[in-house]
Structures are given as structure tokens and as C-alpha cells.
Design a protein around this ligand. Structure first.
Ligand code: FAD
Length: 208
């Protein structure tokens, strides 16, 4: 259960029928560890703020995810009620979130584990490149980061990832080995070139 409660919005997401935002927030609050924030909550503005200040998020609910299960719960709730979800790791991207949406903030899901033999890094959804560089450097390794170490690894990589050493090593997306993917229906999948080749191809940029 979430450690904090929220001041709840009163509007109804689907005007004709369905639960109110207050009731959706209550449900989410009961099934997650992370804080669930409505627009009237004092923490809402800070949680919604993107690195890119030209971007203004105005979701109806924010979940500050603390675990992968939190993210799964939010996506399943949205799917079950015909709502949109959006994801923010750092807010370096410029995609604003509007109403009718649950914004899932992943910045508390930063984690890095380096396998120096396989020369791979396994990262959580909220990891930024500086964390990977710091963890890899003791092994004489480095990630294929971009020009700014505060950018999120996942957003950067699924967007292609064109860094200063890309002329030598290509796009970061070309080096992805495996992904944990949560579908819009809320199914958590292990995706790699053998187990789910089409999905792996598409999420890694389709080679284009
Ligand atoms: C200062 C700066 C320097 C940059 N330098 C480079 C560079 O050198 N090379 C380069 O290629 N790009 C660069 N970029 C672009 C950057 O890679 C993209 O904006 C990237 O999408 C940012 O990812 P983020 O997670 O940090 O940002 P966010 O705004 O949090 O996310 C960006 C997008 O990715 C999605 N996303 C993030 N995490 C997930 C997830 N776990 N699951 C699903 N969707 C997710 C978000 O929903 C959003 O649409 C730079 C951007 C800035 C602002």
C-alpha cells in the first residue's frame, strides 16, 4: 500500500459511465507502494515537472512508482478503464501528458548491474546514463551514452540513442540484448531476439 494518501480529483474520466478519478486513485493507492497524486496534492507539481521546462504535464493522476509491480498495477488499472498511460523517467523528452491520463514516474526505479564478462549492463526503468558510466568504469567499460549523462537510458535507447562514439559503435539500440516489456494490456514480457523476435525488432528501432 502507498505510504501517502492524496487529495483526490472529483471529475469522472469517462463522462457517461465508469468510476471517478477519486475512486481510481483509491484503487491505485491500495495496490501500489508508490505515492498516488492528484492535481490538488502538494507533491503533484514537483512529480509532474519535466527536465524540459517547455513541457507541461497535466495528467489526472500521477503514480511515483517504487516497484515494477506498481507500474503493472497502474497500466492494468488504465487498461481496465479505457484510460491512457504515459511514462516519465527524467522529462528530457518533449512529449506533454494531457487529461485522461495516468502519468507513471519511473525515476525511483534506477538500478544498474554490470556483468563484466558478458560486457552488459542491466538497468531499471529510471536509470540515467551517469549511473551506468559510474558502475561500468571500474571494469574499464562504458555505456553507449549520449552527450548528456542525466538522460534516461531507456528513453534514449528506444529512441535510437546516437552518442559521441556512435560512428564507431553505432546506435545504442543496436546493442540491446533483452528487454522486460509491459504491454498496454498489462502483460509483463521477457523480450529478446529468440523469445519474441518481432517485438524485439520493433522496440529496438526496426533497424532503420
Ligand atoms: C540535454 C539533452 C541531451 C541529449 N543528448 C542526446 C544525445 O546525445 N543523443 C541522443 O540520441 N539523444 C539525446 N537527447 C535526446 C534524448 O535521448 C531523448 O529526449 C530521450 O527520449 C530522453 O529520455 P528520458 O527517459 O531521459 O526522457 P523522458 O522525457 O522521461 O522520456 C522520453 C520518452 O521516452 C519514454 N519512456 C521513458 N522511459 C520509458 C519506459 N521505461 N517505457 C516506455 N517509455 C519510456 C517517455 O514516455 C517519453 O515519451 C538529449 C536530450 C537532452 C534534453
Amino acid at each position: 500500500m502507498a505510504p501517502t494518501t492524496t487529495t483526490l480529483p472529483t471529475a469522472t474520466p469517462n463522462a457517461a459511465s465508469g468510476p471517478s478519478w477519486a475512486s481510481l486513485a483509491e484503487q491505485l493507492n491500495l495496490s501500489t507502494h508508490g505515492a498516488v497524486l492528484g492535481p490538488a496534492h502538494p507533491g503533484y507539481a514537483e512529480a509532474a515537472r519535466a527536465f524540459n521546462l517547455a513541457t507541461e504535464h497535466r495528467p489526472d493522476l500521477i503514480l511515483r512508482a517504487e516497484t515494477v509491480d506498481d507500474v503493472v498495477a497502474a497500466v492494468r488499472l488504465a487498461a481496465g478503464n479505457g484510460l491512457s498511460v504515459a511514462v516519465q523517467a527524467t522529462g528530457h523528452g518533449a512529449a506533454a501528458t494531457g487529461s485522461g491520463t495516468i502519468l507513471i514516474c519511473t525515476n525511483r526505479l534506477g538500478s544498474v548491474s554490470i556483468d563484466p564478462v558478458a560486457r552488459t549492463a542491466t538497468v531499471g526503468a529510471g536509470t540515467v546514463w551517469q549511473q551506468v558510466l559510474d558502475a561500468a568504469a571500474p571494469y574499464g567499460l562504458a555505456g553507449l551514452s549520449g552527450s548528456a549523462p542525466g538522460v534516461g537510458v531507456v528513453g534514449y535507447t528506444v529512441g535510437g540513442g546516437l552518442g559521441p562514439i556512435a560512428r564507431t559503435f553505432a546506435f545504442a539500440a543496436d546493442h540491446v540484448r533483452a528487454l522486460q516489456v509491459l504491454t498496454a494490456r498489462g502483460e509483463l514480457l521477457a523480450v529478446d531476439a529468440d523469445r519474441d523476435p518481432d517485438r524485439f525488432w520493433a522496440i529496438s528501432g526496426g533497424g532503420g
